[in-house]
Design a protein around this ligand. Structure first.
Ligand SMILES: NC(=[NH2+])NCCC[C@H](N)C(=O)O
Ligand SMILES: [Mn+2]
Ligand SMILES: [Mn+2]
Length: 300
């Protein structure tokens, strides 16, 4: 893979879900030596710091079906602009989160630079709810739907265009907890979902071969949105919505190694690291180890 210079952006977002602490995810990932690992792999790396996100104590929840909608829209606009300027400068945007609602901003910032963007959504969840189907009103459970152009117009139209990605260029990997409305949307849009069943049955190597085929077919860029809760909670305990029966540490590395080999990624984000719920920063360390594989680190 060509060693494009990397720009790290922190998104200390916690407004998209109910548990405090995920706003500290970017610090925890930096503390786990992300930048020096990437530099050690031969990349030029800059850290452009954090997007400023208001604290939930200082603002009102607003509509309980779309909690903190106004503020999430505003901070996602800011993230989108920052990510977009990184792409304009011919650098690779690498965003640290923060809850998964931030993907609305990251994807808005990258997708406008591509005619047709592929998207890998590595997650225990589909994040395919809308304000109508969500059981929680938490926007981190809606960010994939929004990126596909479905949901609240304020979110869908961030950065002035929609949709950001198409369902036929999107794959979900690791799903094992889907709400009824999400299942309906998957059937309606025909999104390819590699649930834990397919991963168990086919093995991660075959799943990734197929996934890479889908996201790179007729696309000119591919974004990786990696929710740490895609991994099994034994390997990544520091997440707000853990679901048992997840992707193992090694399977996750294999997936990232295969992405590096394919050389298709043009942006990435690592989200939902919550150091308050973690054990000795294990989850941030896993995120950084996986970044190593994404950027070409090999065992031998
Ligand atoms: N990015 C995440 N961790 N999302 C979890 C979403 C959980 C649930 N499906 C909801 O809509 O509330
Ligand atoms: Mn998730
Ligand atoms: Mn998610």
């Amino acid at each position: 893979m060509e060693k494009k210079p990397i720009s790290i952006i922190g998104m200390p977002m916690d407004l998209g879900q109910g548990r405090r602490g995920v706003d500290m995810g970017p610090s925890a990932i930096r503390y786990a030596s992300a930048q020096s690992l990437l530099e050690g792999l031969g990349y030029e790396v800059e850290d452009i710091g954090d997007i400023s996100v208001p604290s939930p104590e200082s603002i009102q929840i607003g509509n309980p079906k779309l909690k903190y909608l106004t503020e999430i829209k505003d901070v996602c606009e800011k993230l989108s602009e920052t990510v977009s300027s990184v792409v304009e400068r011919k650098r690779f945007p690498l965003v640290f989160g923060g809850d998964h609602s931030m993907a609305i901003g990251t994807i808005a910032g990258v997708a406008k630079h591509y005619n047709n963007m592929g998207l890998i959504w590595f997650d225990a969840h589909g994040d395919l709810n809308t304000g109508k189907t969500s059981p929680s009103g938490n926007i981190h459970g809606m960010s994939l739907a929004v990126s596909l152009g479905i949901g609240d117009p304020d979110l869908v139209n961030i950065s002035g265009y929609a949709p950001k990605v198409r369902p036929e260029n999107t794959v979900i990997i690791g799903a094992r907890e889907l709400d009824p409305g999400e299942k309906e949307l998957i059937a309606q849009l025909g999104i390819k979902v590699f649930t834990m069943h397919e991963i168990d049955r086919l093995g991660m190597a075959r799943v990734m071969d197929e996934a890479i085929g889908i996201v790179s077919h007729d696309t000119d860029g591919v974004h990786l949105s990696l929710d740490l809760d895609g991994l099994d909670p034994k390997d990544a305990p520091g997440v707000g919505t853990p679901v048992p029966g997840g992707i193992t540490y090694r399977e996750s590395h294999l997936a990232m190694e295969m992405l590096a080999e394919a050389g298709i990624l043009t942006s990435a984000e690592f989200v939902e690291v919550n150091p308050i719920l973690d054990r000795e920063n294990q989850t941030a360390k896993v995120a950084v180890a996986l970044m190593g594989s994404v950027f070409g680190q090999k065992v031998l």
